[in-house]
Ligand binder design. Structure first.
Ligand SMILES: *Cc1c(COP(=O)(O)O)cnc(C)c1O
Length: 395
């Protein structure tokens, strides 16, 4: 039904569409809720189990998903350019799946120092207890030759980084990893698959929190792990099964529904974010704006080379501000809600936790940083709101 010559947005509208039965088909895949899968006969049961054991994603039990899940996996496969896609109950569980599925006691992981905070704060202690060691590299220091160990099995990067959007040279890191016989996994939540394809740039594994832009409406927790490598896919599938990771059909449906409008939502988020970022650059009380689509951003050249656009995230540093001044600024905002996460239609503001900024070598400033998620509101209204908050708190 699809040809490779079609562009991604075109393929995304069709991926996972239900087949015709008796000459008709719904537009959307049915939400197929079930725990038990019924078999027509013992011989069809045996045949399906055999296909499942051969690595095919067929359903023999509700935990393994239904046609709703298969449709979502197909659509994410289109987005990421993946062969195998595994769904997880959250973005963080998708990341844990990669670490638990691919690492053993005695192994070593090299991590980008700008990764999502809970990876350091939650996954690292768990894996350390299980005998895995961690080192952190700064993407600005070039390739991490010095940190590589004989037992390094995995390099883990997030590009752009959380809060500050440092761009990692993923193709160079992939070449480096493969020369050393090490796997490269990338967190692709920022790029949502549409803006960035780590697998095409050489990564072995791409991870997304579907909670963010794929869900798109702040009503969903979900994650996905994608790979082009059949052997890695099989190892991850075994760990996925052992951990019993299961996503409801309702939630799989919501993520798939989100994918259908992803191109238009992302384009609008990016337009709004660029307008807000450009405004912030002109504000006297702002010392630095972090957003890779700005020509002045240090990652702009790499971003232009490796990404197809930006999203709604913009962070900025407030001149001479401690966190209490930043808190007063956020409390003065009317159109931005205060809340974690991002990717929904609504605008959000949050103080970047200073302890997390301190572990990210990208920026050494001491002033408070505020992260904005620019939603789908009119950007001029958002800018007016920011302007009144600057006036009321910092004049
Ligand atoms: C939010 C986020 C996650 C975690 O996703 P959850 O669904 O909230 O668990 C992982 N990585 C990045 C970059 C994120 O922004």
């Amino acid at each position: 039904m699809t040809s490779p010559a079609q562009r991604k947005a075109t393929r995304l509208m069709r991926a996972g569409a239900p087949a015709f039965i008796d000459g008709t088909a719904p537009v959307n895949v049915p939400v197929e809720r079930t725990s038990t899968v019924r078999f027509e006969s013992t011989s069809s049961q045996a045949a399906l189990h055999k296909r499942r054991e051969a690595g095919e994603a067929v359903s023999t039990y509700g935990r393994h998903g239904t046609q709703t899940h298969r449709a979502l996996e197909a659509a994410i496969g289109e987005l990421e350019g993946a062969r195998d896609v595994l769904l997880a109950p959250s973005g963080l569980s998708a990341i844990s799946l990669v670490f638990i599925g691919l690492l053993s006691p005695g192994d070593h992981v090299l991590m980008h120092d700008g990764v999502y905070g809970p990876v350091r704060e939650r996954i690292e202690p768990l894996l350390t207890r299980l005998g895995v060691a961690f080192s952190y590299f700064s993407a600005a220091d070039g390739l991490p030759h010095q940190l590589l160990q004989a037992n390094t099995r995995l390099i883990y990067a997030e590009s752009p980084s959380s809060f500050l959007y440092e761009i990692v040279d993923l193709p160079a890191l992939a070449d480096f990893a493969h020369e050393q016989g090490v796997l490269l996994a990338a967190d692709n939540t920022w790029g949502a698959g549409l803006l960035h394809q780590p697998l095409a740039l050489g990564a072995d594994i791409s991870i997304q929190a579907l909670t963010k832009y794929l869900g798109g409406h702040s009503d969903l927790m979900q994650g996905a792990v994608s790979t082009v490598d059949a052997a890695i896919g099989q190892r991850l599938r075994e760990a996925h099964d052992a951990l019993g990771l299961s996503v409801s059909a309702d939630d799989a449906y919501l993520a798939l529904r989100g994918i259908r409008t992803l191109p238009v939502r992302l384009a609008q988020h990016a337009r709004g974010a660029f307008a807000v970022a450009s405004y912030l650059q002109r504000v006297r009380q702002v010392t630095r704006v972090f957003h890779p689509a700005l020509a002045t951003d240090p990652g702009h050249a790499l971003w232009s080379r490796d990404f197809h656009g930006a999203n709604g995230l913009v962070s900025f540093a407030l001149r001479d501000a401690d966190t209490s001044l930043a808190a007063a600024f956020i409390d003065a905002l009317q159109l931005f809600s205060l809340g974690a996460s991002w990717g929904g239609y609504e605008s959000l503001a949050l103080i970047a936790p200073p302890r997390r900024l301190r572990t990210h070598s990208y920026w050494q400033g001491q002033e408070a940083v505020i992260r904005l998620h620019v939603g789908l509101e009119d950007a001029d209204d958002l800018i007016l709101d920011l302007a009144q908050a600057f006036r009321s708190v910092l004049s």
